[in-house]
Design a protein around this ligand. Structure first.
Ligand SMILES: Cc1ncc(COP(=O)(O)O)c(C=O)c1O
Length: 394
């Protein structure tokens, strides 16, 4: 039977990483893979995580199953981190949260839930969006539609166009928005735009679906959640997928939450039961370790250790954005102010595929063909070389 299969096209980023590994040039720069890197190019375990792990190792009593919804203390702490300590939806008991294997697991749990509510429901995603959105939604039998979001040639957000395209969405459809630090373009909605988006959702009846994978990487934990909180304040039904991969550096521990907000506690209970039925048939129960770490951090004095480390990661990214733009300006390239204004780890340089190829071939600078760069791959030692190379190819 399996011989009838044809090979699935290789992920371009994996191919790129293979080429990078083989490249003997000492000055090579990796701007491809989307993980945070420090000045030395490493993705270390956070200090707060190490300390929490030591406590867990000492105190853990069992390796029995954690239960279908996962670690309840973690779920509660994450709900508060995302929505705020005393958000109205929490007070009204309209939120249900489950622990999932990473942000991807959360997107999948919510997509399956939507499929149970309405087979083939439409989900509108930004053009461009993170590639796995399409794959996950398609895999859950949803119909993926697109709204204009970012003009790569002119490096600007297309908010009016987004709103115009979303006029097509109606009750029973979903609209996915990145909570902050849009991947891949780095351009986010401002507060007025979030407000207008929430009003449009209420006017047309579609359900907002927010993916928050980088809380704390944009400005800070509170500011990065303001947009989604505006939506949660105003819309009766909201879905939220969140990841702890980046802000806790727990990539391989597969830690995240799927949250649903319904109009009443009764509807929330019913939706939760369906979401758990979907995850039961998928991975059954989530893994324990990552969520135990986050629970320990968020519910102890380790929280301030973590917040400091998160601020350090954010500060480094913001400073690199500035350094790169200033280095480009110093070389006469004045069109890159957007790099300094955008948020999170990613921006498009706005280069052609041929220019991206030249950067790889002639300068050992690796990025995906769309010219999306991981800002955290830059450091003090390579920023001038990078600016020289970009100016040389444009
Ligand atoms: C926009 C976005 N959503 C979700 C995720 C999922 O992250 P993970 O499943 O690794 O927690 C990522 C990871 O890169 C992302 O960029």
């Amino acid at each position: 039977m399996l011989e009838s299969l044809s090979p699935f096209p290789a992920d371009p980023i994996l191919k790129l990483m293979g080429e990078l590994k083989e490249d003997p040039r000492e000055n090579k720069i990796d701007l491809g893979v989307g993980v945070y890197r420090n000045e030395q190019g490493d993705t270390p375990v956070l200090k707060a995580v190490k300390l929490a792990e030591a406590r867990i190792l000492e105190n853990e009593q069992t390796k029995s199953y954690v239960g279908p919804a996962g670690n309840l203390g973690f779920n509660k702490a994450m709900s508060k981190l995302i929505l705020g300590e005393s958000h109205q939806t929490l007070i009204e008991n309209r939120v249900r949260t489950i622990q999932t294997p990473g942000g991807c697991g959360a997107l999948k749990a919510l997509a399956d839930l939507v499929g149970r509510a309405k087979k083939g429901a439409k989900v509108f995603v930004s053009q461009p969006t993170w590639a796995n959105h399409e794959a996950i939604f398609d895999g859950s039998g949803l119909e993926v539609k697109y709204y204009r979001y970012y003009d790569k040639a002119n490096s600007r957000l297309l908010f009016d166009e987004m709103m115009e395209d979303l006029n097509e969405a109606t009750s029973g459809d979903l609209v996915l928005v990145h909570g902050c630090c849009h991947n891949p373009c780095g351009a986010d909605l401002n507060q007025t735009q979030w407000q207008q988006f929430a009003e449009l959702a209420n006017q047309l009846g579609f359900t907002p679906f927010i993916d928050v994978a980088y809380q704390g990487f944009g400005a800070n934990l509170e500011a990065d959640a303001q947009g989604l909180r505006v939506v949660a304040d105003q819309c009766k039904e909201v879905l939220i997928a969140a990841s702890c991969s980046k802000n806790f550096g727990l990539y391989r521990e597969r830690t995240g939450v799927a949250m649903l907000i319904c109009d009443t506690p009764e509807h929330a209970d019913v939706a939760l039961s369906q979401m758990l039925a979907a995850t039961r048939a998928n991975y059954s129960m989530p893994p324990s370790h990552g969520a135990s770490i986050v629970e320990e951090i968020l519910n102890s004095e380790l929280k301030s250790v973590w917040v400091d480390e998160l601020e350090e990661m954010h500060g480094r990214i913001a400073s690199l954005r500035k350094q790169l733009n200033q280095a480009l300006k110093a070389r006469g390239a004045h069109q890159f102010d957007f790099i300094e204004q955008q948020n999170g780890m990613f921006s498009f340089l706005g280069l052609s595929e041929a220019q991206v190829e030249t950067l790889k071939k002639d300068y050992a600078i690796y990025m995906v063909g769309s010219s999306r760069i991981n800002i955290a791959g830059i450091n003090d030692a390579n920023v001038d070389y990078l600016a020289d190379a970009i100016v040389a190819v444009i």
